[in-house]
Design a protein around this ligand. Sequence first.
Ligand code: IMP
Ligand code: MG
Length: 185
Amino acid sequence: MSQFDDVKHLMKGRTIARIVYDAPTIARRVDELGEEIGRAYPDGELLVLGLLKGSFVFLSDLVRRIPRPLQVDFIVASSYGNDTVSSGVVKLVYDPATELEGKHILLVEDIIDSGRTLNRLVETLSQRRPKSLAICALLHKRLTTDLALEARFVGFDAPHEFLVGYGLDHAEDFRSLPFVASLAD
Ligand code: IMP
Ligand code: MG
């Protein structure tokens, strides 16, 4: 139980059901993904676009493991409408200032659940005439067969539980946990 005791002061009274991916496991996989991404883009300009906020921890580790020149920017999307069932309407709150045309765009997401957010973003980003567009997700729940663009780089096929940590939140809490965990009810 000592791993749980170590983070008790971060948990706001909630408990962790289990650690799904611990920090060393994530670090090893991020190393592999960085190498894989480096090999996938032998030439051209690469712009890594982090979808905020969930991807910020993953993105910062990942870009330092990609052994080729690249640029980083962010994109902020927000779903709105009915708050219990996602409406499928996604608004761009921050649009990357960087030129996308002619560049390889790698969109980095924390977790793919219904895929609605990504589907809308893919549509929007495609219109900017990038040289290529691909998705990298740390976690993929494999719940949807309806992705406009299937993720090319995936860290882990995630269990169908609500996960927090390593950037993922529950009502904005738990993003700073160094591992991915599922919350106890
Ligand atoms: P989608 O549009 O349904 O694929 O939702 C993707 C977004 O929902 C992710 O970027 C996360 O912010 C959030 N999300 C989905 N599943 C989880 C989870 O298990 N834990 C934390 N956030 C999640
Ligand atoms: Mg979230």
